[in-house]
Ligand binder design. Sequence first.
Ligand code: SAM
Length: 401
Amino acid sequence: MNVDTTTSAEELRHAMVDKIVEEHQWRGLPLRADVERALRKVPRELFVPGVSVEEAYADTAVITKRENNMNLSSVSAPNAIADMLNQAHGQHILEIGSGGYNAALLREIAGPNGSVTTVDIDEDVTDRARACLDAAGYTDVKVVCADAEFAIEPGRRYDLIIVTVGAWDVPPAWVSQLTDDGTLVVPLRTLGLTRSWALKRSGDRLISRSNLMAGFVPMRGAGAHKGRSVVLGDGVNLWLTEPDQHVDEGLEGVFSQERHEAPSGVIVSSGRQSPDLDLWLASHLPGFAALIAQQSAIDSGLVVPSWQYGTPALTRGATLAYQGRLRQVAEAEYEYVAYAHGPEAAWAAEAMAEEIRAWDQASRPAPVLHVVPGDTPDADLPEGRVVNKKHSRIIFTDPTK
Ligand SMILES: C[S@@+](CC[C@H](N)C(=O)[O-])C[C@H]1O[C@@H](n2cnc3c(N)ncnc32)[C@H](O)[C@@H]1O
């Protein structure tokens, strides 16, 4: 690499990090100093050979493996990585899903006495990560090829496990590989909503400390899980990720029926809707499901969702209600609104608006997630909405109760 390229890579890196820092500040989630330092230091261009230095610092994911139109592996976007790194500290760290770049950041954060192991199910990916880490001087990061559903280095425990692939469940090995007060950061899909949860171990349980919006390629191997899609209209589906989620027949074409609107009266000043409201609705509304819309269905006005990739929705019989896009009601005031179609549309829109008001009246809490072993009896569960996975039971609890 010649001197000019090095200088411009450094300049581009600092410019990218400046933006990430600013954006975190704006969201009220200031970036930790050690995370910022690592982002400023690790040369991302060495982890995405084959793309231009401008692309390396465009703050987007670089897809490194695709099959049958599916993204199987990528070097994640720095902004998304920064979010997760900001969620937890650790000195002895296991990263699940290897691109090389995040492992290098983690190596910086772990400090001189720390350690980083990164694991990927795919040998092409681990070979690539090993080569990039070596080229960038991170030779002491351990790279393992294995299915991370199972324990990686038997007998070893980590104070931080950071999962960089979309998971549907928390397998027992993730809990048992944590130190007694260790933290698992995992993008977990529940009821169609994916959040990066920071979960602290407490005995055989995990309890959340924070959650953030997240999106990752799905897990492969023994922990792979497929949801079901229910078509509502051209480019609009409900995505059912839990086996016991159910919708009735007769919803296809529901948008051809008149749209009812129910304003909630709940205002947000920033124009940024709260992801905590989605989780509240998921855990409080009977018949909850996440609605996914293609851009074409939004552009045509068929559907006006709050968020394209997982809008809170509910169904009852052949009726659908969903959370609409925030509606501007004054200069800096935006209102949450519910829309519904179908035979019981007026009731359904109002039911959703009422639940939005309930969340507001409860002071807009973020739920606390508990993850307990799958064989935990009902009597030993905290109060809340229970979602049963293959290995674990997941409970959304209300911190205000
Ligand atoms: C988004 S990429 C990881 C990005 C990476 N952390 C980085 O530095 O940007 C997700 C990776 O998870 C891997 N993966 C999927 N299922 C897995 C499993 N069961 N065990 C280990 N790795 C898995 C994929 O092969 C893919 O490379």
